[in-house]
Write a protein that binds this ligand. Structure first.
Ligand SMILES: [Mn+2]
Length: 355
């Protein structure tokens, strides 16, 4: 059975009037630079590619996107390879060559997003809720929290403008929608479904399959083995504090995987990468993951955002001291258990309850 759609209220705002506004703004400029959050995921890459396509094909201006951080997840690296995506590092870009700036799948001020201080952002397209969100002073601010993916918003504008996306762009947008909505099963609304339908004839299905099932390095399985050994199961809640871990994306990936265990209602996974402690929360559909995470992170030097059953955040860790890291993890675990309502339960490791 299909899950209930999230928007039984008024249709979200990416309608033809909004498309006309976006078009008018872009058509009055010459060159657009699009930014994403650090370590961009498929939805932000898809959204950036789609917005660049919109700027070029619907408004006749030049457009590029630049990234911060790295693309580490094997699927995302396959996406870059298969769809011929140029991932220009932001630090190599001369921002003075652009007269229009967009941020997609995140917002200025969010902890995992770097906006160069010398630029003024003109366009924000996103679907995250976050305490730091502030749309004042932004000419085109479209944050639609009911939508499953930023790529859906961008695809809707392409469709409204009558643009035929290239196979690379359509596949990137479709993969963005698929990953953020767990194959159209999570946080989905009518706009997501319509966007996917519009993209479908343009998708390169062979490439999409190659992106979804890439070969994985041995290190991936080692990290996974370590992670599974750290799992602690409470009453329907799984915690997995990884300590130091190779990539932020692995934190999210492990959280996704652990939520698949039968009987698990919510997962918290955290890991330190460089000087940032990354956290991911996943809950069964119908629970607001962000408010749970926000409560648990109160008092920490960090920020978090999310939509529906998915939330993530980062905490800045000042020292390299492993005891301080342990203390942070213990504090977060205690707060998470409290916000999930399972304080005082006993923990079990994976396999404890069997045989
Ligand atoms: Mn997204």
């Amino acid at each position: 059975m299909n899950p209930p759609l999230a928007d039984d209220r008024a249709p979200p705002a990416c309608d033809t009037a909004r498309t006309a506004e976006l078009r008018a703004l872009l058509a009055s400029r010459k060159r657009l630079l699009i930014l994403t959050h650090n370590n961009p995921d498929p939805d932000s890459i898809g959204g950036a590619m789609g917005l660049a396509e919109f700027a070029r094909k619907a408004c006749g201006i030049e457009a590029e996107f630049a990234i911060t951080g790295r693309i580490l997840r094997a699927e995302n690296q396959a996406m870059v390879r298969e769809l011929h995506i140029e991932t220009t590092p932001l630090e190599t870009v001369d921002t003075s060559e652009f007269d229009c700036f967009a941020v997609v799948d995140t917002q200025p001020g969010f902890g995992h997003t770097f906006v160069p201080p010398e630029i003024a952002v003109d366009i924000v397209i996103d679907h995250h809720v976050c305490a730091e969100a502030d749309g004042t002073d932004i000419a085109f601010y479209e944050v639609l929290e009911d939508l499953g993916a930023t790529s859906s918003i961008v695809a809707a504008h392409l469709q409204n403008a009558g643009v035929e996306p290239s196979a690379d762009v359509a596949t990137a947008l479709a993969y963005g929608i698929k990953t953020d909505t767990a194959d159209l099963s999570r946080n989905v609304c009518e706009v997501d479904l319509r966007a996917f339908e519009y993209l479908f004839p343009y998708i390169d299905r062979q490439r999409l399959v190659a992106i979804q099932s890439p070969r994985l390095p041995a290190a991936y399985f080692k990290t996974l083995k370590d992670a599974l050994s750290k799992v602690r199961l409470y009453d329907g809640v799984t915690l997995c504090s990884l300590g130091r871990t190779p990539s932020a994306e692995m934190v999210a990936e492990i959280a996704d995987l652990l939520l698949r265990q039968e009987g698990v209602r919510a997962v918290f996974c955290g890991g330190l990468v460089g000087g940032s402690y990354y956290v991911s929360v996943r809950t069964q559909v119908g629970t607001d993951a962000w408010s749970l995470l926000r409560d648990a992170m109160e008092g920490e030097n960090g920020s978090c955002g999310g939509h529906g059953s998915v939330a993530g955040g980062t905490i800045q860790v000042a020292t390299n001291d492993s005891r301080a890291l342990k203390r942070l993890e213990r504090r977060l675990e205690r707060n998470i258990l409290r916000s999930f309502g399972v304080s005082g339960c006993n923990a079990a490791a994976l396999g404890d309850a069997d045989d």
